[in-house]
Design a protein around this ligand. Sequence first.
Ligand code: C5P
Length: 232
Amino acid sequence: MGKDVIIACDFAGEEETLGFLERFTEEKPFVKIGMELFYAAGPDIVRKIKARGHKIFLDLKLHDIPNTVKKAMAVLSRLDVDMCNLHAAGTIAMMEAALEGLTRPDGTRPLLIAVTQLTSTDEERMRNELLINATVEETVLHYAENAKKAGLDGIVCSPLEAGSVKARLGRDFVTVTPGVRFADSAKDDQARITTPEKAKEIGSDYIVVGRPITQAEDPVAAYRRCVKGFCG
Ligand code: C5P
């Protein structure tokens, strides 16, 4: 499993994103494209970033009936992304259909990662609005088990949970973890955070880092600091 730092390119449009990536002249970071940028700039932004040699995590969090997700995943797979995701809440049948849609005629496919319980959803909301009485931790691990049963590669989780996820689901089950901050940088709106060094120690496979790199005075230096701490 190759450990890597993924930069969350949470920009509003193409110009800003490509301008940001142009600062990286020596390395080609793995890039996360989320809903905001994808809906604003369309599939072309994926093709352009890919053509510049970057790996891409397309973070669109699909959740629909299995047939629709299968067909949508086939489109994303043809965009040649390296990683994409969906909501585990869509059921095992939906996740299996997604894998089928994602698999290219030659048998290759992007990594498929499940979102379990969004960090914005707390236990009170789960109980009162979603009628889920289990704890967040139980829900995350149960959804992770469902994802594994469906044949997915891993889940998105907090770096602090990566250890328990690996203990339950096995070392090869991929953990993609946002919520990473340098010890001396702003937390922003992230609550459960850790440093690149600690994320490595706990066992994350990929850390997703946005503002500590995108808003840094020197983004390339901040990226290198992450790589050194996490992959070094
Ligand atoms: O700027 P920051 O490092 O907080 O960015 C983290 C990225 O990871 C953002 O794109 C955010 O949407 C995403 N993310 C997250 N927490 C989750 C799921 C996704 O921060 N639970």
